[in-house]
Structures are given as structure tokens and as C-alpha cells.
Ligand binder design. Structure first.
Ligand code: FE
Length: 140
């Protein structure tokens, strides 16, 4: 069967078929080595060709976690601090009650979404009353 039937693609120099639908970029890699790593085969090679197909937003592993709410077991090699950020989501200002939500961050003060409270710079202050980080308490 032709797995590419019904899809739009081009055929590049080395014969690689490049899917054009739902892709932002492609990389064509010449394989130098194959390594058996038990559950997978790791291919090592050099990029020989690449091109941006369109200027859309790529779906990354971060997108999977942040938007699709995907999770990764703690034992997995791809487990990241994003998992921790999702579990410890909120801190409350003991002075004014403002709640810091790590998923939202505090973009008005330069704190990007998915920033854990611990990773906010010490110079950050409560956006409502202006007290420092040590005036916040963790809430679940
Ligand atoms: Fe406050």
C-alpha cells in the first residue's frame, strides 16, 4: 500500500517524501549511524536539507503539555519541570490575597506562562500591593 496516498507531498533530492499538510518545516537527514537503545532505535545523522513550508506555529512537546494537558510519568526520560509547574499551581499574597497562578504567570511583569513560583526573580513583587515574594504562601 502507498502510505502517502491522499497526502500532498514533494520528493526531495535524496528521494525523501516531504509531507506538506500540517507541517511548518521539514528536515532531511542523512543517516550516519543506527544505535539500538532497547526500546527504540536512535538514528544519528546530518541535516542535508531543510525548508520552512509555512509560518504557522509548530506543535512542540511544550504545546502538548500546556495546551493539550498531556502528562509524562516521573520516571520517563522526557519528564520535565513543566510537570511540577502543573501540580503546584498557585501562591497567595498574604497581604492582599492576590493569587499567582504558575500556568498564567504574570506577563504584565515579564513572567511568562508556565513559570513556577520558585523560578520568578526575587525582584518580582505582588502586582496588586507590591510586597515581595516572601509574603506569598503556597496553596494547592
Ligand atoms: Fe499583594
Amino acid at each position: 500500500m502507498d502510505k502517502f496516498e491522499g497526502f500532498h507531498y514533494t520528493i526531495e533530492k535524496a528521494g525523501t517524501r516531504v509531507l506538506l499538510d500540517n507541517a511548518v518545516v521539514y528536515l532531511e537527514v542523512g543517516v550516519d549511524k543506527e544505535v539500538d537503545v532497547n526500546s527504540h532505535t536512535l538514528f544519528i545523522g546530518k541535516v542535508v536539507e531543510s525548508e520552512m513550508i509555512n509560518d504557522g506555529e509548530p506543535m512542540t512537546y511544550a504545546f502538548y503539555h500546556e495546551v493539550r494537558r498531556g502528562t509524562t510519568p516521573r520516571s520517563a526520560p522526557t519528564y520535565s519541570k513543566l510537570e511540577e509547574v502543573r501540580k503546584i499551581v498557585k501562591y497567595r499574597c498574604k497581604v492582599c490575597g492576590y493569587i499567582y497562578d504558575s500556568e498564567k504567570g504574570d506577563p504584565d511583569s515579564g513572567v511568562k506562562p508556565s513559570t513556577s513560583f520558585e523560578d520568578i526573580p526575587d525582584s518580582w513583587v505582588c502586582p496588586i500591593c507590591g510586597v515581595s515574594k516572601d509574603q506569598f504562601e503556597r496553596i494547592e
